[in-house]
Design a binder for this molecule. Structure first.
Ligand code: FE2
Length: 293
């Protein structure tokens, strides 16, 4: 019996209306409600759980935290650009290193080459519809610089502070663009994204710079983000949030009993150049996978 190829929909029509393109230009983000179906969400969640089950937590206890940035001192993190690696949630692990609950509920995220190394995530990431979306956003045949699976665990899923993605993935030419795929409903309760609409028109405030295995931050603007106009981006499972690389966004701690799984891709426009002092570095001779390869 022949199985249908997942994500084989070759949508011929355009995905974005002129109004949506204008909204993206104006706000720096755009939500496409239910961009894919719930069955797809379940398939990706199941695969992420399998990866989490296989995770060798005894040998890799790297905690990912944007508040302490302690992961940046760890080669397990620094070399994850070409691999599928799991990072722990700060509140999922005790001072003595013991996990505070079952392993799969202590993982913060999986990164950063699911799109390259995992066959299912590769198929999803390179499906026609996402390539078309990038084309319509003016990114051409964009390069996938990284992928992440974010768990935002119930009760302990940590806060992600306001940031611009270009701080971490700096490009010469057009700024990086994030595709944030909601695999579960993202709500106020379980830690949805928040953004500062229109603030992507302001300059990049800082950069994370790698030299060898050292990470340092360069700061260009000292004042904290003005959060007066922050708005929540609550979305249903299957929706995609498109995020301009200079748009300040954050998410609060998940204090609910519901997880908030999401899969993200950060793509670079065709013709732009990835800074060679970003934290994420390809192996010599290796190039980024493109949305349509
Ligand atoms: Fe981000």
């Amino acid at each position: 019996m022949q199985h249908a190829q997942p994500f084989a929909d070759r949508t011929p029509h355009s995905l974005l209306t002129p109004l949506q393109k204008k909204m993206y230009e104006r706000d720096g983000f755009l939500i496409l409600d239910r961009f894919f179906d719930v069955a797809t969400c379940k398939l990706l969640m199941q695969r992420a759980n399998e990866i989490a089950d296989r995770f060798d937590v005894e040998n890799h206890r790297t905690i990912f935290s944007t508040t302490t940035a302690r992961h940046t001192k760890d080669t397990y993190f620094l070399e994850s650009g070409n691999d599928v690696r799991c990072f722990l949630e700060e509140q999922g692990i005790a001072q003595n290193g013991q996990l505070l609950s079952e392993k799969k509920y202590c993982i913060n995220k999986i990164g950063h080459a699911l799109h390259r190394k995992d066959p299912l995530f590769k198929l999803f990431s390179q499906q026609h519809k996402i390539g078309l979306l990038a084309q319509e956003l003016g990114l051409g045949n964009a390069a996938i610089t990284q992928s992440m699976y974010i768990f935002k665990q119930p009760h302990i899923g940590g806060e992600v502070l306001f940031h611009q993605d270009s701080t971490y993935l700096y490009t010469h030419g057009q700024p990086i663009v994030g595709f944030w795929f909601a695999l579960q409903d993202a709500t106020l309760e379980n830690g949805c994204l928040w953004a500062l609409p229109g603030e992507h028109k302001k300059p990049l405030r800082s950069r994370m710079i790698r030299s060898g295995n050292n990470i340092q931050f360069e700061h260009y603007v000292k004042e904290p983000f003005d959060q007066t106009n922050m708005i929540p981006l609550e979305v249903s499972a299957g929706s995609v949030v498109i995020l301009h690389g200079l748009l300040p966004h954050m998410s609060k701690q998940n204090v609910s009993s519901q997880s908030r799984h999401a899969y993200t891709l950060h793509v670079m426009a065709e013709g732009s150049e990835f800074a060679d002092n970003n934290w994420l570095q390809m192996k010599k001779g290796q190039s980024f996978l493109r949305l349509s390869d």
